[in-house]
Design a protein around this ligand. Sequence first.
Ligand SMILES: [Zn+2]
Length: 288
Amino acid sequence: MMQQPFESAIDLPFNWKSLDGQFELDGPLSDPGGAGVFVLLVGSTLLLTAEGTLPQQLPVADGVLPLYIGRWQGQPCRAVRLPGGQDYGNSLSAFELQADEPQLPLALLSLGALAQQLLRWEKNSTYCATCGGRCDWNGDGWGRQCGDCQRHHFPHLHPCVIVLVRRGEELLLVRKANWVPGRYSLVAGFVDSGECLEEAVEREVMEETGVRVKNIRYIGSQSWPFPSQIMAGFVAEYAGGEVKIQESELEDGGWFACDNLPKLPARRSIARFLIDHYGRPTDMSAKE
Ligand SMILES: [Zn+2]
């Protein structure tokens, strides 16, 4: 399931490459009709057959509206959100998409997460944000258009930055109160209006920890469909300041020796990718 560690950021789960060429995205108006496979989602849980494949039948007789999203292994593929709290029969197995160690092939994990993201966009774009009119699919992509004011709407992606800050042989790590006990990760946050990515890195590190950074270098990115982020990963060097944690956001944070790190994020995240590839003692001696 999880390659350990991932060689390049582009190989991380949820990026298109993880679909391994098995899925071809298409717009919801392009449904060719006929049989196909279903991406069945209950919240962030994906339901698969006992053989670990996408089911070809719906487990409910009515009350759901499948959304065509493209082709999986050449077959028409439709995403369906099922209500929770129901028994969908013992022929289906449930897999949590947000698990630290998802028990799914990467392609199905990424497909399930993508389907969840598309279903969320469908739900959140039913009504026009400008005038409240009803929106319909438009053209052959994922855009929608308001039937009243004619405004076009497109899927919302939220850019975020995440940064590994190094000081000699130490890494700057932080933790939020709602994380798994003892787990630390990297400073991260949403890009503000008017900011470039590097400015967002500088601001987030300063806001969360009071530390100044320099030599900000872009490494790679990861699609993070919980709910719709695109994570841009950076490394940076310490440039000054004492650690002062932003108590409204964080529970703890500080410098950790890179050969004695606390519990870290799962390997499926770009946070761990950055630590695995740029946070080792050998990297510290090779100063740029
Ligand atoms: Zn409108």
